[in-house]
Design a protein. Structure first.
Length: 296
């Protein structure tokens, strides 16, 4: 499969933002079947530049992540990136993951420090492993043959108490260590993204920066997500969610409308790509892409 960095270069030459989608390994066989046979085939309509599949907390879905990526690439022929975290893994474990990935033709990796597993409040460096994601980037880069993505945080990482600029400097270090592109965490205020991007460009980071977009599907769900990751809801969103309450159909309709406007402004300001956090659903992403007039 092609390296994502090369795909992004092609989109830049065409002046066209790359569209990509993220999934998580389903918890049940039925859920996985629905993802592979319903959700993902429908999303081919957006002409995706690539897909990505998450890696559970503490590496809990390690083998399943590789299996899902492999199935997507073989059945849909879309380059698909496997997430990989430092949590609970020695360098030997990571070497094994990368070796297994290459055997399956998986050569795009999103390098993350990762969240602690359930029951563990703080990240603990594994014995013989890595403490920071830049170390993981360095290690993957030293293995050759891989395209490497990393995560960026337009509002600063929730664990970085020194301030967002310090976090952004650390992101630059990941790029300097070999990362090919950046995918941001979800955000709702485009001003945060533009400030983040301008700061990195001012520091000499020229790699593609893809905006992570999540359509709001329910009030309780998005409030939980933002609390966990440190992203903030805008006053407009908070007011509207309060008005709509537990009417998830109305909330979802608003979520698609808001994300569509957000993406439209991002595209108007030259975003390199839009990375949709699909939550293993196709309809919201398809509706957003339709609203933007970008469906294949």
């Amino acid at each position: 499969m092609r390296l994502i960095r090369d795909i992004l270069k092609d989109h830049k030459k065409m002046g066209k933002p790359a569209l990509s989608c993220e999934f998580f390994p389903a918890k049940t066989a039925a859920g996985e079947k629905f993802l592979l046979e319903n959700v993902i085939p429908r999303l081919l309509a957006i002409d995706p530049a690539f897909f990505s599949v998450t890696y559970g907390a503490g590496g809990s879905t390690r083998d399943q992540t590789l299996d899902v990526v492999d199935l997507i690439q073989r059945k849909q022929e879309v380059p698909t990136m496997a997430h990989l975290t430092c949590v609970g893994s020695t360098s030997h474990d990571i070497e094994g993951f990368l070796s297994d990935a290459l055997k399956l033709g998986i050569n795009n990796i999103l390098a993350l420090r990762g969240d602690p597993p359930p029951g563990q409040d703080e990240f603990i460096k594994p014995e013989g492993g890595f403490e920071f994601s830049f170390e993981l980037v360095e290690y993957i880069q030293s293995q050759g043959q891989f395209g490497i993505g990393v995560a960026g945080f337009p509002e600063g990482h929730i664990a970085c108490i020194e301030g967002r600029e310090v976090d952004w400097d650390r992101l630059k270090k990941k790029v300097d260590c070999g990362a090919d592109f950046i995918i941001t965490q979800l955000f709702f205020d485009n001003t945060d993204f533009f400030t983040f991007r301008d700061y990195l460009r001012g520091k000499g980071v020229a790699k593609p920066i893809l905006a992570g977009v999540i359509p709001i599907l329910s009030s309780s769900q998005i409030k939980k997500f933002t609390q966990l990751c440190g992203a903030k809801l805008t006053p407009e969103i908070i007011t509207r969610l309060d008005e709509l309450g537990d009417d998830n159909d109305a909330v979802s309709e608003f979520g698609v409308e808001y994300a569509s406007k957000q993406c439209e402004e991002l595209i108007s300001n030259g975003v390199d790509g839009l990375h949709f956090y699909t939550l293993n659903k196709s309809r919201p992403t398809l509706e957003i892409v339709d609203n933007l007039g970008l469906r294949k």
